[in-house]
Ligand binder design. Structure first.
Ligand code: LRH
Length: 466
């Protein structure tokens, strides 16, 4: 049996998985799981503990040794990076995209590159934390004689000593040309970044080097969303997907980017996928709204179990209060229920008071955001959709899957849950020549749409969704 190690780092937890290929399928076994969340350093912003992260990954890799893996692949959340000096040492910390340091950076960039040009080159959704804005917020001179490595590339560098930038994740920096899939020298120059900052690009499936212990490290689709979408068990082109974890990424797989003014106005992204595909999607807050709320309730000593609160939420009246799940006010860590309450107050809706009421608001708002993104994507790309695949941790959230089906007016197929790890292992297995197609994993459940689609439309209109 052939085994591959998939290191998959999410913004709340990371895991080292073994993917064993057996009769055309990949069996995933979790070898190690650890929390990853960013931490506030007094006076120093919100940071990931890279030493702790790489220690966990190394420990996980050691635990995989007896399976004699063929290769190792690493994927993680996008946009964040470390700076490596000319001796190959990590200089400073890896900052979190939730750190407010990028405030005002979009304005600064706009003085040098207008929005139309930026979108025309990168095709990237405006998000305040895109790497280009993080780089612009670095202190004067800090980028000189440094190489920027996105997190999976930084880990690969720790394992192999090799420098590079895997292309799917590089496409989230706003420095990659979405059409040519090469770094945009024009943007690097206009943004005033040192020309040597960006390392050579590498493609999914390419060998990076050798890890301690002698196992090859392969570039996979190192952006977790790219790996998750590579694992969507769909065929044809009449499907949409929602990769649902900390974030909800809802959209389509396309053969080429859509760089139209309409796509820019709708704030759609064209991220690079495997095999030259494009992930045409919009990024919304996702289960972060729920996990941050749960954190607050638990901190206040409420014995809140997720399953109980989800069940209770579904007994609350429908469409009482809706929020815009895209609103940047929900981005930083902190008191989520209070921010949701404020958003409802500001829009003249009843204020959700109890955890079930807050959770009902979150679930409906997320389902609406999913439906809105998919409908807009289909319109912009001139596609018809028959089905929605919901992959990632959100596939375990039954009410959310059900409401997403209702809001979209389409069946939802839920699963796989570990889509990123599966896509990661798949790219390795394909490079090793032991699999050609992503395994058609059995969905956890199929949710048929119910209820009145117009009621969802009207609810969406409350938060400006057409
Ligand atoms: C999901 C994700 C998403 C990015 C965000 C920073 O984990 O990679 O695709 O937009 O994190």
């Amino acid at each position: 049996m052939t085994a591959f190690v998939a290191v998959d780092l999410g913004a709340t937890s990371g895991r080292v998985m073994l993917g064993r290929v057996r009769e055309g399928t990949i069996d995933l076994t979790e070898i190690r799981r650890f929390p990853t969340g960013p931490r506030e350093r007094p006076g120093g912003g919100l940071r990931w503990d890279f030493e702790e992260l790489s220690g966990e990954v190394l420990a996980g890799l050691r635990e995989c040794e007896s399976a004699e893996p063929v290769s190792i692949g690493i994927d993680s959340w996008a946009v964040d990076y470390g700076l490596v000096d000319s001796d190959g040492r990590l200089d400073g910390d890896v900052r979190s995209y939730r750190d407010p340091r990028t405030e005002g950076m979009a304005r600064r960039l706009r003085e040098r590159v207008d929005d139309e040009t930026l979108y025309g080159i990168t095709g990237l959704q405006y998000l305040p934390f895109n790497t280009i804005y993080q780089l612009l917020s670095e202190p004067e001179g800090r980028l000189e004689h440094r190489t920027m490595l996105l997190l999976p590339d930084l880990l690969a560098h720790r394992l192999t000593g090799e420098l590079g930038a895997e292309v799917t994740n590089a496409s989230t920096t706003a420095l990659l040309d979405a059409t040519t899939r090469t770094w945009s020298a024009e943007l690097v120059a206009k943004a005033g970044l040192p020309p040597g900052l960006l390392p050579p690009l590498r493609q999914p499936g390419e060998r990076i080097g050798t890890a301690p212990g002698g196992v090859p490290v392969l570039a996979v689709a190192s952006h977790d969303t790219a790996s998750a979408v590579a694992a969507v068990p769909a065929s044809g082109d009449r499907f949409g997907y929602v990769s649902c974890g900390t974030w909800s990424l809802a959209g389509l797989v396309l053969p080429a980017p859509v760089l139209s003014p309409q796509a820019r106005a709708a704030n759609f992204t064209n991220e690079a996928g495997i095999d030259g595909t494009v992930r045409f999607l919009r990024n919304t807050m996702g289960l972060w709204l729920l996990s941050e709320s749960m954190k607050v309730w638990r901190a206040h000593g409420r014995d809140t179990r997720l399953d109980d609160v989800l069940t209770a939420a579904m007994r609350e009246p429908a469409f009482r209060s809706i929020v815009d799940a895209d609103d940047p006010v929900f981005l930083p860590p902190g008191d989520m229920p209070a921010r949701i309450a404020q958003a409802c107050r500001d829009s003249g809706q009843p204020v959700p008071e109890t955890p079930p009421q807050v959770v009902r608001t979150i679930l409906e708002s997320l389902a609406l955001a999913h439906a809105n993104s998919l409908r807009t994507a289909a319109g912009l790309a001139d596609r018809e959709l028959d089905v929605v695949h919901l992959v990632g941790g959100g596939a375990l959230n039954e009410p959310l899957c059900r409401l997403t089906a209702d809001a979209c007016g389409l069946p939802v197929l839920a699963g796989p849950v570990e889509a990123s790890a599966l896509g990661n292992a798949f790219v390795q297995a394909r490079a090793a020549g032991v699999l050609e197609e992503v395994p058609a994993s059995t969905p956890l459940a199929r949710y048929e749409p119910e209820g009145d689609p117009m009621a969802w439309r009207r609810a969406g209109e409350r938060v400006g969704q057409a």
